[in-house]
Design a protein around this ligand. Structure first.
Ligand code: ZN
Length: 466
């Protein structure tokens, strides 16, 4: 099969590249799969569990980081927290462009008064403007209700979008340490900013590390940012959002430090689902001891996080969630450091690091639609073949076509096709299989797969004779 000869060619490319690397990188490369990029393996190995723990400890030390808490104190509240995050980003590396992303909010929903909402952003510029986001929310909330009131709404860990928004019982200056929600995602984001900036790798994509505010008031900080980005015609390749990824002990007593869940908004071949499948594949190469459990839904039942601000603006996004949550600790004074498992958080950080580095080093995912949005797939001249076309992806030296039975979720077959932008598969039905294509760069890194999606049928109104 031609796929095999293509693959062995990539192996040779990888081996030739390895000769130019420093000794330490080669020593590491010998312990990983031959199809792995040794630079990514080295970057993944640089994730530091002690640093994650130190960062989460500092964050929990601000007492509360509620978006509506005090901003003047230097030791407590969201103002002190965001200044500390800003200074940490700045201190980590001169390569990071650090800024406050400020939004002055009117009173609305769970925002009980006018307030300045501030996201903290660190940008690691790449060779191109396309962006890969790694994010977590640094704000916290203590929404624990007085004893004796109905706990049903908080048993699931918080407000569903349809719930009444302002809760007069909330004290925004009460303890809300948020060690896990979302000190875990914030620590992960800050650690990856360090690891990527110090890697010395010249990424094609621009890496953007953001810690959001206003998540607990309805994803407001991320929505303000993503909406502005879309209006500015920004290009986002991926958003890896992390919210509650630092504990391996569930509230039900079940311990699982070996798997993590990824939720992604459908339909089944949405860019979000493609991104989720991509993480599962990349993690299998670089963090094989960790299991990725893909969830074909936007998020946990009735709950949400900042990835939805990206998908709402047509940017591909997923959210990582720990294997077994403890809902009792969330949004309460009990979300403390003793509930954390930093070995587990480090594993989740490594999965993020490998996936984001792969996306950022690979060419952009090929475009498989016309400018008008129609999928560039047909039945060929015979009327019974699979005829695929795609637009050339900048930096690609080859492509790989994937397909699967239409009643499955994961790609089943693939074939490397060299540096071409079309493929004819005789007598393969485009009605029975789903097809996709990925771009491969000179260093062997592969993009997210772009799937050919059948358009949603537009029904016509039936005109009845009067
Ligand atoms: Zn959260």
């Amino acid at each position: 099969m031609s796929g095999l000869s293509t693959r062995s060619r990539w192996l040779r490319v990888a081996l030739l590249t390895a000769h130019a690397l420093p000794t330490a990188a080669i020593a590491h490369a010998q312990t990983i799969r031959p199809d792995a990029d040794p630079r990514i393996a080295t970057l993944v190995a640089a994730v530091s569990q002690p640093r994650l723990q130190a960062t989460a400890t500092s964050l929990a030390g601000f007492g509360t980081r509620s978006t509506l808490s005090d901003t003047l104190s230097s030791t407590r509240g969201i103002g002190a927290a965001r200044r500390w995050i800003y200074n940490e980003f700045t201190r980590l590396s001169p390569k990071l462009q650090v800024s406050y992303d400020r939004h002055l909010l009117a009173q609305q929903g769970r925002i009980s008064r006018e307030v300045e909402l501030v996201n903290v952003v660190a940008v690691l510029p790449g060779k191109s403007a396309r962006r890969v986001y790694i994010t977590g929310h640094y704000d916290t909330v203590n929404s624990r209700r007085p004893a004796g009131t109905d706990a049903t709404a908080t048993a699931g860990g918080g407000a569903a979008p349809s719930q009444p928004l302002v809760r007069p019982t909330i004290n925004n200056d009460a303890d809300a340490p948020g060690a896990n929600d979302d000190g875990s995602g914030t620590s992960l984001t800050m650690e990856l900013a360090r690891v990527f900036a110090e890697s010395g790798i010249d990424f094609d994509a621009t890496l953007v590390f953001v810690t959001w505010a206003g998540e607990e008031q309805g994803l407001i900080g991320s929505m303000a940012h993503a909406t502005a980005l879309r209006n500015a015609k920004g290009v986002v390749e991926a958003n890896f959002n992390n919210d509650i990824v630092g504990s391996s002990l569930g509230g039900n007593g079940i311990i699982d430090g070996e798997s993590v869940k990824i939720y992604s908004l459908g339909p089944e071949d949405s860019p979000n689902r493609s991104l989720a499948r991509y993480v599962q594949r990349v993690a299998g190469t670089y963090v094989p001891s960790h299991t990725i459990r893909l969830m074909a839904r936007e998020d946990r039942f009735g709950r949400g996080s900042d990835h939805s601000s990206f998908t709402a603006n047509d940017f591909p996004a997923i959210v990582f969630r720990e294997a077994n949550e403890n809902y009792e600790r969330q949004h309460s004074p009990d979300d403390k450091l003793e509930g954390m498992d930093f070995r587990y958080l480090a594993q989740n950080a490594r999965v993020n690091a490998a996936s984001a580095a792969s996306v950022a080093l690979a060419p952009p995912a090929p475009r498989v639609t016309t400018n008008g949005g129609s999928a560039t797939i047909g039945r060929g001249r015979s009327g019974y073949d699979a005829s695929l076309q795609w637009q050339p992806s900048p930096g690609a030296v080859a492509y790989r076509v994937y397909w699967r039975d239409a009643w499955t979720n994961d790609w089943q077959k693939s074939q490397g096709v060299g540096n071409v932008t079309q493929l004819l598969m005789p007598n393969v039905s485009i009605d029975d299989y789903v097809f996709g294509v990925a771009a491969i760069g000179a260093d062997g890194n592969e993009s997210v797969i772009s799937a050919y999606v059948s358009p949603v049928r537009k029904m016509t109104d039936v005109l009845l004779k009067k």
